[in-house]
Each structure stands twice: as C-alpha cells, then as structure tokens.
Design a protein around this ligand. Structure first.
Ligand code: LER
Ligand code: MN
Length: 269
C-alpha cells in the first residue's frame, strides 16, 4: 500500500478536509520531506495550472500524483452530473472529462465525489442513476485512454443520496456493466454509514481502488475513535495495493495531521 496526502488549492474549500492548503511547491516539499509516496490534488479545474508545472514538481520532489479531485466543479461552479437541467449535466460531464485528461497526463485517476449530486425534486432516483450511469460510462472510457481507472466515491447521507455504502455501489457497477470504474473507500463516510468497515471492504473488494484514510472525526487516524487494526487487516486480506490517502482536516495543524497519518500507518500491525 502507498501513502498520499491531500493538497488543496481551491479557495472555496479552504475549510475543507485537506491536509495542506499551501502553494504547490511548498506542499510538495512538505509531503516529500515527511516521506509520502504521493500527493492527491484538489485544484480549481483542469486549467488551473499547466500540467508541465506539476510534472516538474513531481520530478523535483520524487512524488507521484495519487489522484485528482473534481469537487471544484461543484463548489466553484455548482455542477452536478445528476442536475435536472440537461445543459448543466453536460457542463458537469465536460468538466469531469477535462479533469480526467488533466489527471491522466499526470498518470493519476480523477475522483467523482460531490459532483455526483443528489436525486430529488424533478429527478427521481431511477433517473439520477441513469444519468450517473451514462456519465460513469463516458468517464471510464476516457480514463482508459490514459491507462488509469475513474474513481467513484460513495459519500455519507448528508452529502449524497445516491450511494452511501460500498456494497450497493459495487453491485450497481456490476448490474450496469460499468467497467474501468473503481470505488473509493473513504473511512470517514464509512464510519457514518457502514455497520462494519472491515467487512464492507471485504464485501466490495472486487471494486475497491482508492482509500481515504481518516479517523471517525475526519482527523488523522489515531485522533478519533476508529480502530485501524481490523481495517488494515481487511485491506491486506483483499491484497489492496493502492493508496491510503489522508483526506482529513488539518488539525491540530497541517504538519501534525500529516505526520500522525504516517505514524498510524507505520504502527499498523
Ligand atoms: C471527497 O473525497 C469527499 O470525501 C467529500 O466528502 C467531499 O465532499
Ligand atoms: Mn473522500
């Protein structure tokens, strides 16, 4: 398993669950100095920075890009793939596809989190799932051109009503025949929604492709009440070889959150 830490440069998400909010060069330097394998990037959009600038930082600091988030499409532009408006859905998909190309050029998959939206109002659950399916089909195909998957993230009930748990999301991917899509197991969301986090990872193991490594209170693992031992054992058992990425609040401060995360991984049985 590989380690990653989040680096956010979206002003609207300044209070969000991201470890570093520094300029990229400072964030890369801190991640590398601590010994992380990769950074996970949350940027304003696919044109926020030239890809070459990020590639130069990767080379300078010896870091991979674990993934790129698409959340700015929602927090900055209010875009959702399940919006009642066809024009807005098209704009959302365009944003996601451009993020996939941006990440793909860095060897990184893109993540669909808040841009999945919610069903309700004029959009029934079935319609929303049809919209989501069409978008995931395009996204999986676009990501395949870069040799990376596309990451779909079930979120807790306060953020979406599409999929809150891993197993129903895994079944949905199978039922709809969606390929090149992996699931993101965010331990913060899972702590709210799953009966047993380790069991949920085992049950959906065929589709688990990325992990947000967070304690129950969305702080660094070890600063809340999640027991990481059975989770770590489950990840080993399913031969998970992807990233454990710290998408957490910078509490008590960024540096402590980043180093506590690594400590929680090095002391895992
Ligand atoms: C994104 O990875 C996430 O976990 C969401 O809570 C952000 O809205
Ligand atoms: Mn997450």
């Amino acid at each position: 398993m590989k380690t990653a830490v989040t680096l956010c440069r979206v002003p609207e998400s300044a209070a969000g669950p991201f470890v570093f909010h520094d300029p990229l060069d400072a964030g890369f330097a801190k991640a590398a100095a601590l010994g992380y394998d990769a950074v996970e990037l949350f940027l304003e959009g696919p044109d926020a920075l030239p890809v070459e600038e990020i590639q130069a930082l990767q080379k300078q600091h010896g870091l991979a890009i674990a993934a790129v988030g698409t959340g700015a499409g929602m927090v900055k532009h209010g875009l959702s793939l399940t919006d009642p408006s066809p024009e807005k859905r098209a704009a959302a998909l365009d944003f996601v596809l451009r993020m996939i190309d941006f990440g793909g050029r860095l060897g990184a998959p893109a993540i669909l989190g808040s841009m999945q939206g919610k069903w309700g109002g004029p959009v029934t659950r079935d319609q929303a799932l049809d919209f989501l399916t069409a978008a995931l089909k395009s996204a999986g195909e676009a990501a395949a051109h870069h040799g990376v998957p596309f990451i779909y993230e079930p979120l807790n009930r306060y953020e979406t009503n599409l999929f809150n748990r891993l197993a129903p999301a895994a079944d949905y991917l199978d039922q709809r025949g969606l390929t090149n899509i992996v699931l993101l197991a965010d331990l913060f969301h899972m702590n709210i929604e799953e009966r047993d986090i380790a069991a949920a990872l085992r049950e959906a193991s065929r589709h688990v492709g990325h992990v947000h490594w967070a304690d129950s209170n969305r702080q660094a693992m070890g600063l809340g009440h999640t027991d990481p031992a059975p989770i770590f054992a489950a990840l080993r058992e399913i031969s998970y070889s992807g990233y454990l990425s710290a998408e957490i609040f910078p509490l008590p401060d960024s540096d402590t959150a980043a180093s506590q995360t690594l400590k929680s991984l090095s002391t895992s049985p």
